[in-house]
Write a protein that binds this ligand. Sequence first.
Ligand SMILES: Cc1ncc(C[n+]2csc(CCOP(=O)(O)OP(=O)(O)O)c2C)c(N)n1
Length: 665
Amino acid sequence: MAFSISLGDQKTDGVRLDYETARNRILNTQSPTPLLDIADFPVNLKKLDVSQLPQLAAELREDMIGAVSKTGGHLGAGLGVVELTIALHYIFNTPEDRVIWDVGHQSYPHKLLTGRRGRFLTLRQENGISGFTKRTESEFDPFGAAHSSTSISAGLGMAVARDLQNKTNNVIAVIGDGAMSAGMAFEALNNAGATDARLIVILNDNDMSIAPPSGALSSYLARLASGKFYSDFRDLGKKLSSRLGKRAERAITRAVGHARGFVTGGTMFEELGFQYIGPIDGHNFDVLIPVLNNVRDHGNGPVLIHVVTKKGKGYAPAEKAADKYHGVNKFDVVTGTQSKAASNAPAYTKVFAQSLIQEAQHDDRIVGITAAMPTGTGLDLFGEVFPTRVFDVGIAEQHAVTFAAGMATEGMKPFVAIYSTFLQRAYDQIVHDVAIQKLPVRFPIDRAGYVGADGPTHCGAFDIGFLASLPGFVVMGASDEAELKHMVRTAAAYDEGPISFRFPRGDGVGVDLPERGEILEIGKGRIVKEGTKIALLSFGTRLADCILAAQDLDAAGLSTTVADARFAKPLDLDLLRRLAVEHEVLVTVEEGATGGFDGQVLHALANLGLLDRGLKIRCLTLKDEFTDQAKPETMYGRSGLDRAGIVATVMSTLAANGQNIYAKA
Ligand SMILES: Cc1ncc(C[n+]2csc(CCOP(=O)(O)OP(=O)(O)O)c2C)c(N)n1
């Protein structure tokens, strides 16, 4: 059997059991009623004896592995915090005590223990539970997340608000070592350390981000976790008791026999004003329980507990995988083999990476920058070819952009590859450090548009609007993978200022790829198909549906032109003029929020006087809402961004003679 599950060292004497044996022990021998059935809410979890917690942990892992094998999702991070999650709900009085999970991708065990087990197979599906924490989903989720490094700020806000209202609950922020590398986490530490606010920060250090972590903090934590072990535990107990009270001294002295070791004195966190406890073994209840018990309701000031865990813990395929099963498709539980949707077209990410490699072979000033997403952005492939020309700066989008700006001042050609949704975090850097100085930083923007199962927090909705509003910015949208190749080359060749190109998640449409991309003329779109009555003006990959819609419209006797704008900025005004003057109806189509390409087009048409002649114009964009997770096709359908929706918009525009299309919904 390829898959083994760990029941905790006490039960197995450190021997790893194969899956069947473990399962039988859990279900038959050890407990006729799975403990997970009992521990459906924290109030019931607390009825278990401490000695039963390792078994509960094993059941939780098995449940989670089984469910995620059917739904796909984030697995490795959750597997690593099973014991920590149980211990937190066992010791603290949730939901009165607030537990904030940073990013929220590791919250699956938390969801299973807080009343959501019955719905767990709906994870990340339409009308199902979210893959992240979400306030509207449960009172046990005090703060919504998905973008990283927000938990300490939110927790400090809650702690200060609690004190202002004379309440007494605990606030606990659980943050990973990867998330801790972000500027926002440091800003929060800096603020919290200077206050008396009773805030507990748990640093979940698994020495992994999505990829192995980069940066000096990671090396520092590794030194804390493995280098220096505190030798005199009694002294440590005394030291802590001055801040945490007598109980801490006794329990910590008791617990240390099971701990990996304690370090105290002079850690970075202590210098910042935190009481530092750790490192402790995050898979050992004998340590977790007394430490959390004694930190609960402690005196004043912030405390940081450094917990060492293993990402993917307890599931061999995850432990062995390079990414520790950070995010997985559906998979076979026994072998760990993941399914991959069948498609002959290459993924946009791969086309981007291969095109960038190709351009970099011609120009040694091209470098790639990622904010902790080398695999997601394809820069891992670039790094295999050019190891010295790729920079993983950690989860630090703001820094990534200004770092790129600095490189550009020195004549390098930085490509800052950041997903649309995470680029939001670096907006001031884009405006102030890049755009105002007209620096030629290149922005390849992946995951532009709907992202399906990851839901509203990851939807790439706003980049067109927030970039196209910046003076001098060139904003491109690839309509297929060949166009993406052209845009990589165009961006590499363009030195006048900032330039971006967006492309969606997933596979391309399967067009033939040119040997090498062409340099596109800046601000020029193209006519894909000529017609006379209807004009569909597409920006991005909805072009394929525009072409299909045009076939239907032609068949209905409505001769249709299809144009690929290529540029949201600068707009092709000649093309716009032609479409506006020669057609009765003009529909703009884009996979972005309102105020993006549509806004640019409407503004131009208005100021060119082209709206004064009776042109009927409609704009198709993402729905003006934060859309919950669903299949992308469903989302396109609801926004009218698919073939049928485009046809329906044209028909209703003609029929309604000027009425707005919202009537169709
Ligand atoms: C602002 C932002 N950038 C990038 C990401 C993508 N992302 C999700 S989880 C993750 C790694 C987090 O690592 P860590 O905090 O150590 O948690 P672990 O998964 O190891 O438990 C990254 C980079 C994100 N969620 N938010």
